[in-house]
Design a protein around this ligand. Structure first.
Ligand code: ARG
Length: 573
């Protein structure tokens, strides 16, 4: 249990003894001259129990144990205090050997996280990066809070792009077995590269938008795949695999690790079973099968959800519903989180309502759409390339790398330089992407975000380099914190006390900005300490050892939190 939680429990027990019932929060004090922390519970209790808050505060402080020092009450009933230094020192030395003492876990449960969502045979764009960065970090956050998670990329592997590509291949290589309706044998292996697919997709797109006949063919092929046409499905699955290798490479660069690499095609087998569950609620409308998902209390428009199209084909929604069916059957999760662009919020609202209404999920299964804002350019509009096109993720990565690379020390060369440039680039992107509240749009400023100073990924990595460099110069032994009389040391430890709340708040609000803020504050406090104190040259051996122990602790926290954000550290830069 974290130190603050333990102390909060202590105070809660005191309240019980006094005949009150209330959760207690220990907060950093807003008036530091009165103490490091404050408790505001007396005011809340006063309202409920119709008493004077000062009297309640007085009753409480009479029972506080020895770990609470310099206790005082400020009117109307704020309890201010400071923790006993030895008690803090003991706690942090325990943390050094058992990191879990720093973090309060959540109740055990299983959460499926659906993020990534790249589309096969199409380039990832910057929106996919947000889903990947936020989703991966939430996944790792859940894990350190003791939650069992299953991550699924939910690849968009069926759509118009299938028809586009196959129509183009048909044009270029009409003699391939896939295009012979009478072909009986095994289908050949095609040998395109992801780059070929990209080029063919562009060509097909241009042709189809200028030629209605070609567009009909594209639609026709897409529909045939949906119906399970053996020839086209065999070809398309190969194309999906080819494209997946390059999609995987991008996710690897972003440190995204998916437990399940499944997609819309994988849900096909579950469509009939899902429809069986939805059947009592489906009705025909203009030839399509739809479901009402309106509530009487709705104030906004809530159109019926189309489950099967007029031509009998499945759509995005069909596949999501079938996927929910499969996830419930296989994993019986307590929650499913969808980290997908906010623009899909109406869609997810419909899907969720349909799932609860038809009992595709249990009453207490929690389905969340975790939307996110867009990444804008300096003009406030969605981030575009210089010539106004959609910004592909790989172009954005290259752009940042160009800004970062020249900043790395000259003496670092070759593959090490390349590796460091890559890590700094990803750190820049991730930190920028996670630091604003999930729902807000933000302006992408490559110069500001890649700075080695300020609220940036590189600043955190730089702090890590500094810590590591000092620690590499000291003899290996079991260092203990023994002295926190230095205010800069104490401030670091007080910040660390907040960590558990920061993590749990991030989890509850499903937004990583509390963690990015915490990291920045921690690094700033450490750098301030470092600039004003010399660790290695400290004459007093006890103080020096205590400093080293503190540095080890800060490094450990930094490493663990960067790992939650899926940011890799570097040894120099
Ligand atoms: N492929 C979709 C897109 O690019 C995102 C998929 C999100 N996940 C889901 N289960 N619908 O918009």
């Amino acid at each position: 249990m974290s130190y603050l939680k333990e102390k909060e429990r202590e105070v809660e027990n005191i309240l019980k003894e006094l005949g009150y019932e209330m959760d207690v929060q220990i907060l950093p004090s807003s008036k530091k001259e009165l103490g490091d922390f404050q408790i505001n519970t007396a005011m809340q209790l006063a309202k409920i129990y119709h008493k004077n808050p000062f009297d309640i505060a007085t009753e409480i402080i009479e029972k506080l144990g020895n770990d609470f020092e310099k206790v005082n009450i400020a009117r109307p009933g704020f309890i201010n205090f400071t923790f006993n230094s030895n008690s803090l020192i003991n706690y942090f030395n325990e943390v050094k050997t058992d990191f879990s003492k720093l973090i309060d876990k959540q109740d055990e449960k299983t959460i499926i996280l659906d993020y990534g969502g790249a589309n096969a045979a199409k380039a990832l764009h910057v929106g996919h990066m947000r889903s990947a960065n936020i989703g991966e970090a939430l996944n790792r956050l859940c894990k350190i809070l003791g939650i069992h998670t299953i991550s699924d990329v939910h690849l968009g592997d069926l759509g118009r792009q299938a028809g586009m590509l196959i129509s183009e291949i048909k044009l270029r290589e009409p003699s391939l077995a896939f295009f012979d309706p009478n072909y009986q044998g095994e289908y050949p292996k095609v040998s395109y590269t992801p780059k070929n697919l990209g080029e063919m997709y562009v060509a097909a797109n241009i042709a189809a938008s200028n030629d209605p006949k070609r567009m009909d063919e594209v639609r026709n092929i897409t529909a045939l795949i949906d119906k399970g046409d053996k020839r086209y499905l065999a070809l398309w699955k190969q194309l999906v695999d080819i494209s997946s290798t390059s999609i995987k490479q991008v996710y690897d660069r972003l440190n995204c690790k998916f437990d399940l690499w499944e997609g819309e095609l994988d849900s096909f087998k579950d469509v009939p079973k899902m429809l069986e569950v939805l059947k009592p609620y489906l009705y025909e409308s203009n030839g399509a099968m739809v479901m009402d998902v309106k509530f009487e209390s709705d104030t906004k428009e809530m159109p019926p959800l189309i489950v099967i199209k007029q031509d009998g084909a499945t759509i995005y929604a069909t596949r999501d519903l079938a996927t929910i069916y499969s996830r419930m059957k296989r994993f019986n999760p307590n929650e499913i989180w969808y980290v997908v662009d906010s623009r899909q919020s109406l869609y997810f609202e419909q899907i969720f309502r349909a799932s609860y209404k038809s009992k595709l999920v249990k009453e207490d299964t929690k389905l969340y759409h975790l939307g996110f804002g867009t990444i804008n350019g300096r003009d406030g509009k969605p981030y575009k390339t210089r010539d106004g096109g959609v910004m592909e993720l790989s172009s954005l990565i290259s752009l940042i790398k160009e800004v970062i690379e020249p900043k790395i020390k000259e003496e670092i060369t070759g593959s090490e330089r390349e590796d460091i440039a890559e890590k700094l680039t990803i750190a820049t992107l991730k930190y920028a992407d996670l630091m604003s509240n999930r729902m807000t749009d933000y302006i992408f400023d490559e110069v500001k975000f890649s700075s080695f100073d300020g609220k940036t990924g590189p600043y955190l990595l730089y702090t890590g380099v500094r810590l590591k460099s000092i620690l590499s110069k000291v003899e290996k032994k079991d260092y203990q914190i023994s002295d926190i009389s230095n205010i800069e040391v104490k401030n670091i430890l007080l910040k660390l006390l907040e960590l558990s709340k920061v993590l749990n708040r991030s989890y509850l609000e499903k937004s990583l900005n509390y963690i990015t803020d915490f990291l920045f504050e921690l690094c700033s406090l450490f750098n301030k300490f470092y600039n004003n104190n010399s660790v290695l040259k400290e004459k007093n051996e006890d103080i020096k050892n205590s400093y080293i122990a503190l540095l080890e602790l800060v490094y450990q926290v930094l490493a663990n939190l960067l790992n939650v954000l899926a940011i890799d550290m570097v040894d120099r830069m």
